[in-house]
Design a protein. Structure first.
Length: 667
């Protein structure tokens, strides 16, 4: 291809990819499959490599991120990013309304918007191209995170239509609940510490210095305010309507114009309940005067605009006493402090324990044994201590010092400067870590062995098993000698262990519990190399040729198989007859009939198991999702399906299909 044709093709590919990005991530109306999109992207990347004179920093190809680690530069905002004043009551909102009416003459409108629980961002566009992305910082200056923001698919790199030559647009970068849950499941599976809440996860992701890592996380962005000298309308709401036409993801369906404070209060009342069904976190409502002219008249205080205010939804809290702090050691050695509380009712449940996350949180709260503390459900799910009632503190209380040694094996704890958690480095000698790996090995998604944690503990304490390979040496007579073990339960366990030898290689690899290797990465490694022997012989560089395997995962895999004890365990598993190679039917795709389609499977089935259904979906080009969202194509429901999943499917208008319907799809 000559230079002229290459340039034409590159420009056409960029235009098409930008359009499809907008259709998929902003309008939720994809016109092509993921495979077709990837093919176009691959062609663009190859052409840009072949003709580097046409490389453009705003090309869609730049969204894949970079492996370079760069410090974030501090830059000054074009327009200060003010904080909003907060209010928690009807009376305070009515006071705000009175203050506005004292300044503004004549009729005016408010605009009500949801307050998104994410990270504020300011985007600068010049001649329709994204040139800079800056965090709020102190309001005057923030971190330049442009490289990371360019990986977020819902943020356009290039605009369409007629727009001002230069302007800023503000918004919130956040993690949708489904993406957050998926990330935490993957982190738990791979032995990493889970994120406390979506906001913290989004903030941490945006500040990663490796933009390639940012690109792999499902960040999203809503835009909600324009700043500049030549805006498309004299009104805030109408300007955002125009901005949506340029390609921005403007949450218009979560916004409403209100003629008076009563309509504002109705909007708040509706979303105080309705927010619980949203696919993202929101912690309140923002109320703004719609007219830019009236905004100018109202002006600012030293820190906040007088023309806007935030109403915060009340999070349910409870006050109770902290009786003690205990410590849990996970299978990866992470040591987590847990607050043991006087039982207290919170959001309809009795709370007895709350997470304290790590030593940094204990220190920042200055929490002490015997303190009266305030407990809140973080994200309305996980109880956490948010504050100490210092007025009720006993004068004789002393500061709490974090453990220096492992509570289980007494090994001195370690703490990496880059990580918040302390961990026990005695990986192969610390009982909870050993038992944790065995507990992971037998889970349904791994080897699916029907054995309780209490039984594993019994076997471990009686020195019948010391690692995962020892499970296959357990004998009937050893079991019936144990407390609460009858003939039937012993036979059932022996049979379950024997049946696990038929579990496919992808799940066996996941079951090994290699740090950072979750279900998805295990499948990709197994399918790429085909056998455990080849994975064990692979170098870090060869492992990194596999999709989604970076330096950290590759290093962990190499380290695992280089350890002498793991080599012995693997040999023991091999001699027991486990599947360490891919079967032919696992490596072949049956068809691409379900390409671009995503499924959630719920309930039990008569003709085929859930796992076989999920395998069939993947082998025919489809995707399996764990939760129902607007991006789900089908809910495949069997006997006794999850009621919440059915409700969500109905709310999103997603077809609910049966086992027979699925069979028809494949025909």
């Amino acid at each position: 291809m000559d230079q002229s044709k290459a340039q034409d093709r590159i420009l056409k590919l960029r235009e098409d990819l930008n359009r499809h990005n907008h259709l998929y991530y902003v309008l939720n109306q994809p016109l092509i499959t993921d495979f077709e999109f990837d093919q176009m992207m691959r062609e663009l990347i190859n052409l840009e490599k072949g003709f580097p004179e046409f490389i453009d920093l705003n090309s869609p190809s730049q969204r894949v991120g970079s492996d370079l680690n760069l410090e974030f530069a501090q830059v000054k905002h074009n327009y200060p990013m003010m904080s909003l004043g907060n209010t928690y009551s009807r009376e305070e909102l009515e006071d705000f309304d009175l203050r506005v009416r004292k300044v503004v003459t004549g009729e005016f409108e408010y605009v009500c918007e949801l307050k998104y629980d994410g990270i504020a961002i300011s985007l600068t566009y010049i001649n329709g191209k994204l040139v800079r992305s800056v965090t709020r910082g102190d309001g005057e200056r923030g971190d330049d995170v442009t490289r990371n923001v360019k990986t977020i698919k819902s943020i356009p790199l290039k605009l369409t239509g007629s727009f001002p030559s230069e302007f800023d647009i503000r918004g919130e970068i956040f993690l949708p609940r489904e993406g957050f849950d998926k990330m935490n499941r993957q982190r738990e599976e791979s032995g990493e510490q889970v994120f406390a809440n979506p906001r913290n996860a989004a903030a941490g992701t945006l500040k990663l210095q490796n933009s390639a890592m940012v690109a792999k996380r499902p960040l999203d962005c809503f835009l909600y305010y324009l700043a500049g000298n030549a805006l498309p309308s004299p009104y805030h709401y109408e300007s955002l309507v125009k901005a949506a036409e340029w390609g921005f993801k403007i949450p218009l369906k979560y916004m409403k114009k209100a003629e008076n404070i009563e309509e504002v209060l109705k909007f708040i009342e509706y979303w105080d309940t309705g927010r619980k069904t949203l696919p993202f976190e929101t912690d309140g409502v923002v109320i703004k005067v719609n007219s830019y002219e009236f905004q100018k008249q109202l002006g600012y205080t030293a820190k906040i605009p007088r023309w806007a205010i935030a109403y915060k939804f009340k999070a349910e809290q409870a006050r109770t006493r902290l009786n003690s702090i205990s410590f849990q050691v996970g299978r990866t050695g992470a040591v987590t402090p847990v607050a043991n509380l006087e039982p207290v009712s919170l959001s309809g449940t009795v709370v007895k324990r709350a997470t304290l996350h790590n030593s940094d949180q204990i220190q920042s709260l200055d929490v002490r044994i015997g303190d009266w503390v305030y407990v809140e459900k973080g994200g309305e799910i996980i109880p956490k201590i948010i504050a100490v009632d210092l007025n009720s503190r006993d004068a004789t209380s002393v500061s709490f010092n974090f453990l220096q040694n492992c509570p289980e094996c007494n090994t001195p704890l370690m703490k990496n400067p880059e990580e918040a958690a302390h961990y026990c480095p005695n990986t192969y000698g610390c009982p909870p870590q050993i038992k944790g790996r065995i507990e992971h090995f037998v889970t349904r998604k791994a080897m699916d062995i029907s054995i309780a944690e209490a039984t594993i503990d019994q076997l471990f304490r009686h020195k019948i098993i010391a690692n995962i390979a020892d499970l296959y040496k357990v004998e009937y007579m050893q079991l019936v000698m144990l407390e609460r073990f009858a003939e039937k339960s012993a036979n059932n366990l022996i049979e379950s262990i024997e049946n696990s030898k038929n579990v496919p290689f992808t799940r066996v690899l996941y079951a090994l519990g290699i740090r950072f290797v979750g279900e998805t990465v295990a499948k990709k490694l197994a399918r790429h190399f085909g056998s455990l022997e080849k994975i064990m012989l692979a170098s870090a560089e060869e492992l990194m040729n596999v999709d989604e395997v970076g330096e950290r995962i590759a290093g962990s895999v190499v380290e695992y198989f280089n350890h002498p004890l793991n080599k012995v365990i693997v040999e023991g598993l091999k001699s027991s007859g486990l599947q360490f190679t891919m079967r032919e039917n696992e490596t072949l795709s049956l068809s691409q009939k379900l390409l671009g389609k995503s499924f959630v499977v719920t309930g039990s089935f008569e003709k085929i198991s859930r796992d076989e259904l999920k395998a069939s979906i993947e082998q025919n080009g489809g995707k399996n999702l764990s939760t129902v969202s607007s991006g789900t194509n089908y809910l495949l429901a069997g006997i006794k399906p999850g009621p919440d999943k059915i409700k969500k499917a109905e709310a999103f208008g997603i077809p609910v299909i049966s086992e027979d319907d699925f069979t028809e799809l494949l025909k």
